[in-house]
Design a protein around this ligand. Structure first.
Ligand SMILES: Cc1cc2nc3c(=O)[nH]c(=O)nc-3n(C[C@H](O)[C@H](O)[C@H](O)COP(=O)(O)O)c2cc1C
Length: 392
């Protein structure tokens, strides 16, 4: 076991929550809060996790389950685990190995990784790092020509699906980022940065790694014709001018022959729109509580979406997943699989690839134990009869 793996081994890290203080200690405050925080008063951020407390189990005891089958199929791919790693922008700032490390750990565990458009590593390198399926999450940053180039590269590199995120008409109001000077740190000159630099100075290990990694990475997958890769600085402004609409889907469909996943669906109406637009799967998501505050917890939105989907598309879910029991509850309520965001990103920040691998392993062991305690032999056999969930 190498040093990074030892730093996140038991008893130091027993649950996903144990990564959080490690990430906080390693990252400058601005970076930790970017990862940890949500929009405005963070109601939705808290509620995503809290809603799992409203679902309790109906276990079947005295049932022998010597082997539990954790496999599921997503978009035709057999995954060893019923969770995928969600797209996390700026992963390379959390750890220099960033997106490549997360993709490698996902592949090694037999599951899929979703690469954000806001990636510091080239999409070709991220795909090459993983032995499993890798999906590309698309923002229309940099305009249609940049998106077309990224889609073409993703196809040539062998990405398996395109994930279109539809809940970012503008960036959410993440108050912590403003207070910490995230914008100034990313884009300001020395004078603007100065009041916020102490956060970075108090994390010398992070700073040295960041320095040796070449400092602020460019957005290698948002290449603007005639200008080259976009700088990180432009992202918030660029998001506001690149909102995606249902009309864009036809154009995207023409460019991408593979499956399209729509991420950010919370209602029956949007579910039907996604189906009509030709989606192969949808992700019930409120962007981890980072966009519109007072959206409902995703576990609450899930049953309406599952009912509207009528089995015509695969329904995935993300938001607030911190334990294997959370994953089981979402699957009982109709999700095919879930996406984990912060659960692995805290691990990435704490210990790079070893941290992601440890986070995945914690969730895997959780899942196996939960199925055995429930008296259910496989993920495929989970259904509503295993939970009590108060519908409102
Ligand atoms: C730091 C951070 C960056 C994110 N960046 C993106 C992104 O670039 N694209 C995207 O579609 N979703 C992004 N998300 C949302 C995640 O894909 C996912 O929906 C969310 O993290 C799920 O909630 P959870 O963190 O509670 O698991 C980001 C989330 C976090 C925490």
């Amino acid at each position: 076991m190498n040093r990074s793996a030892r730093s996140v081994a038991s008893p130091r890290v027993v649950s996903i929550e144990d990564f959080r203080p490690l990430a906080r200690r390693r990252l400058p405050k601005a970076v930790f809060d970017y990862l940890d925080g949500g929009a405005e008063g963070e109601f939705t951020l808290r509620e995503n996790c809290r809603a799992f407390e409203d679902a309790t189990f109906r276990a079947r005891h005295a049932v022998a389950t010597p082997h539990c089958d954790l496999r599921t199929r997503v978009l035709g791919f057999e995954l060893a685990l019923p969770f995928l790693l969600a797209p996390i922008g700026y992963s390379r700032i959390m750890h220099p190995d960033g997106e490549a490390a997360a993709a490698r750990a996902a592949g090694a565990a037999g599951t899929a990784y979703i690469l954000s458009t806001i990636s510091g590593h080239r999409l070709e390198d991220v795909k090459a790092a993983s032995s499993g399926p890798v999906f590309f999450q698309l923002y229309l940053l940099g305009g249609r020509a940049a998106a077309e180039a990224a889609i073409g590269r993703a196809q040539a590199a062998g990405f398996s699906a395109l994930v279109l995120t539809i809940d970012t008409a503008v960036a959410g109001m993440r108050e912590r980022d403003y207070r910490n000077g995230m914008k100034e740190l990313l884009s300001g000159g020395l004078i603007e940065k100065a009041p916020f630099l102490f956060q970075v100075m108090t994390r010398p290990r992070w700073l040295i790694n960041f320095w040796f990694d070449g400092g602020l990475p460019k957005l290698e997958n948002v290449v603007i014709p005639g200008k080259g890769p976009m700088g990180l600085v432009d992202v918030n402004a660029a998001l506001a001018s690149s909102a995606v609409t249902w009309d864009d889907l036809r154009w995207i469909r023409g460019l991408w022959p593979g499956p399209i996943v729509i991420k950010g669906v919370l209602t029956g109406e949007d579910t039907r729109r996604a189906i009509d637009a030709g989606a192969a799967a949808i992700v019930v998501s409120n962007h981890g509580g980072r966009q519109l505050d007072y959206l409902p917890a995703t576990l609450r939105a899930l049953p309406e979406v599952v009912a509207a989907a009528k089995g015509q598309v695969e329904v995935l879910m993300d938001g607030g997943i911190r334990r294997g029991t959370d994953i089981v509850k979402a699957i009982c309520l109709g999700a095919r699989a879930v996406l984990c965001g912060r659960a692995y990103a805290y691990g990435l920040a704490a210990a790079g690839e070893a941290g992601v691998a440890r986070a995945v392993e914690i969730l895997r062991v959780d899942l196996e134990r939960t199925l055995k305690l429930l008296g259910c032999p496989s993920i495929a056999k989970l259904d509503e009869s295993y939970v009590d969930f108060a519908r409102r």
